[in-house]
Design a protein around this ligand. Structure first.
Ligand SMILES: [Zn+2]
Length: 329
């Protein structure tokens, strides 16, 4: 039987986090009752860390301390925001837990997924990357468990022995940040949103994904028509009407139009936390390149002959590069 938390790797990666699976984590467990988590418990390791030494406590969390057997948590969140998976079974991170927020009292090692943020906690707070990673990781786990943001607790809120961790973290603010953080889209992104989901676009209008996609469809169709129009406007037999320079110029205009759409799309999606605009632009790029590419090749070949394919390719490459985001940031 797999240990109960083996889904952590996929869930955390799905939230866009950098995840390191420490060898053996899937079968690592302390003796005793296995987790049936209802929340996430946040800790600090009490070890000083730095960008150069972002996760020095991983080994200790696996082996344990003289007074406490490992594993000591399920994941270590490094000072650089990388998540190191330690154990998929029971971990000795929580001890006996008081009731806290929506979570009951009991065996904390059953009730909670345990995250150790690797920082010192008294003289040192978490780094911004570490904090953000913890917010996203916590949200992803709570979503997987079907639990609210309030089910995220700090060790100092459940401890019966006076623990102070996680130091320098306002836990109410942390929960608000967890609540506000969107779950990252699965690879591929947009298709995880429903057609009827609404978002605020760059012009501060609310619109649905469906209306936005219809707009993009219409713009791609216009672009396609514009490219086809170039071929149609060429006077048959007159090689001067369309030459490589004109094609380049027109392609530049279309590129700018397309770029404008991409910038607008990026701006729209930037308003939704957790959506990576570059990923969206990259996802759109092949669609647009598919529409533009063959038409340009045909147009160049018509105008200049088949031995000018390289010019067509250069134009298509330039458009693809622009669509990929250079100059659009
Ligand atoms: Zn702790």
């Amino acid at each position: 039987m797999p240990l109960p938390l083996v889904w952590l790797a996929d869930v955390l990666r799905g939230a866009g986090l950098a995840v390191v699976e420490i060898p053996g984590w899937r079968t690592r467990t302390a003796p005793g009752a296995l987790p049936r988590p209802v929340g996430v418990l946040e800790h600090h390791t009490a070890t000083p860390t730095s960008p150069a030494r972002p996760a020095p406590t991983v080994d200790l969390c696996i082996r344990g301390r003289p007074d406490l057997d490992g594993p000591l948590c399920h994941a270590v969140i490094g000072y650089d925001g990388t998540v190191h998976l330690i154990a998929a079974g029971r971990a000795n991170h929580a001890g006996k837990a008081r009731a806290s927020g929506p979570n009951p009292a009991g065996d904390g090692n059953v009730l909670y997924v345990g995250f150790e943020w690797d920082y010192q906690g008294v003289d040192q707070g978490p780094s911004p990357q570490q904090y953000t990673a913890a917010v996203r990781a916590t949200r992803a786990v709570l979503d997987h468990l079907g639990r609210p943001a309030t089910a995220a607790r700090g060790h100092r809120e459940t401890s019966v022995t006076g623990k102070i961790d996680p130091g320098h973290v306002d836990l109410d603010q942390f929960r608000r940040d967890v609540a506000a953080s969107a779950t990252a889209p699965a690879p591929g992104g947009l298709e995880t949103m429903a057609f009827t989901d609404t978002f605020t676009d760059w012009a501060h209008n609310r619109q649905t994904v469906e209306s936005w996609m219809n707009n993009v469809d219409r713009r791609i169709a216009e672009l396609h028509a514009a490219v086809l129009g170039l071929q149609r406007s060429r006077i048959p037999g007159d090689r001067n009407t369309t030459n490589a320079a004109n094609l380049w110029f027109d392609a530049g205009n279309w590129t700018n139009q397309a770029l404008g759409h991409i910038v607008a799309i990026r701006a729209a999606l930037a308003h939704q936390q957790g959506t990576d605009p570059t990923a969206v632009a990259d996802a759109l790029r092949p669609v647009l390149a598919d529409v533009i590419g063959p038409v340009i090749r045909d147009a160049v070949t018509d105008a200049l002959g088949a031995d000018n394919d390289h010019q067509a390719d250069a134009i298509v490459d330039r458009i693809a590069t622009c669509l990929a985001g250079q100059g659009a940031a």
